[in-house]
Unconditional design. Structure first.
Length: 300
């Protein structure tokens, strides 16, 4: 369990002073916890003794142990497949590889259910379904393929969906179109894309839309700017992280957004398929009557 998860788990049991400390930590996580204890206490306007009691309440023997945990989390954020290979958990002896791998996926999805509050999913789905809001999407080096998966489906469900292009030179044009009521969905998992962190800072500073982050357990630095941040489990105990949690979230959001106004969604899908069939007859939908091609007469 990360320190962030500990804070969220115990927030209801914290005193007023302890909640101030938790607020400072969460506002700039995990970097605020790497400050000297006197600076953390001053930022929260409490005494250093209160900060010490706070970390003890979280289950740490002292502030140094608390900081070591945060440093460990930062190190895990940057682990490559080569480094993860050194700590991977091999399948039980004699167990078929694929069966073991599928069971790991199943455990990851169980952890996903526990990690994601239903109310937060509902709030984000409502934001994405609001036709008055523009939606902007972008992912990192690998996760942009997941952002594209969501954007492709959202475009079929509703309009005003924009996927930021690969060339960062085009990103300012997207920023200029953003308004406060719009939604920016960013994907970023460990070995985070530094361009996205800079982009999120500029978006938050210049345009102030709602930022939704889909990340991993350790959370991308983008979380500091995000209105909604989803810390999704990705560690399988293998050299390669899994994206099954992110894909599950994407598909769940697609279903919820499409059903927010199914009549409008159905009409748009029908029109989409009809136009798609006109542009490329080879993709003609079974539900759309084929376009009649006028017969040519004999040559004169």
């Amino acid at each position: 369990m990360t320190v962030r998860e500990l804070l969220n788990q115990q927030i209801a049991q914290l005193t007023t002073s302890e909640r101030k400390i938790a607020g400072v930590l969460l506002a700039d996580y995990p970097y605020a916890g790497l400050l000297p204890i006197q600076e953390l206490a001053a930022s929260a306007r409490v005494s250093p003794a209160s900060a010490t009691r706070f970390v003890n309440k979280l289950g740490f023997a002292g502030y140094q142990e608390f900081q070591r945990r945060l440093i460990g989390e930062l190190q895990k954020r940057e682990l490559s497949p080569r480094q993860l290979k050194l700590t991977e958990v091999p399948p039980p002896e004699g167990a078929p590889f694929f069966h073991d791998y599928a069971h790991r996926m199943s455990r990851t999805l169980t952890a996903l259910v526990e990690a994601v509050p239903e109310a937060q999913v509902d709030m984000v789905a409502q934001l994405l379904a609001d036709p008055a809001r523009q939606i902007f999407l972008r992912g990192g080096r690998v996760t942009d393929s997941l952002a594209r998966l969501l954007s492709v489906h959202l475009r079929q469900i509703r309009d005003k969906v924009h996927h930021l292009a690969d060339d960062p030179e085009t990103w300012p044009e997207a920023l200029l179109r953003m308004r406060r009521q719009d939604v920016v969905v960013l994907f970023d998992v460990r070995r985070y894309d530094p361009r996205l962190a800079v982009l999120a800072e500029q978006i938050a500073r210049e345009r102030q839309p709602v930022i939704v982050l889909l990340s991993d357990t350790w959370l991308s630095p983008i979380a500091a700017q995000a209105t909604h941040a989803f810390p999704l489990p990705i560690d399988l105990g293998t050299a390669w992280d899994t994206h099954v949690s992110l894909v599950t979230m994407i598909e769940a959001l697609i279903v919820r957004v499409s059903e927010a106004d199914w009549v409008a969604t159905s009409q748009r899908l029908e029109a989409w398929d009809r136009l798609r069939g006109l542009i490329d007859p080879g993709t003609q939908s079974a539900n759309t009557p084929p376009t009649q091609t006028p017969k040519r007469g004999p040559p004169e």
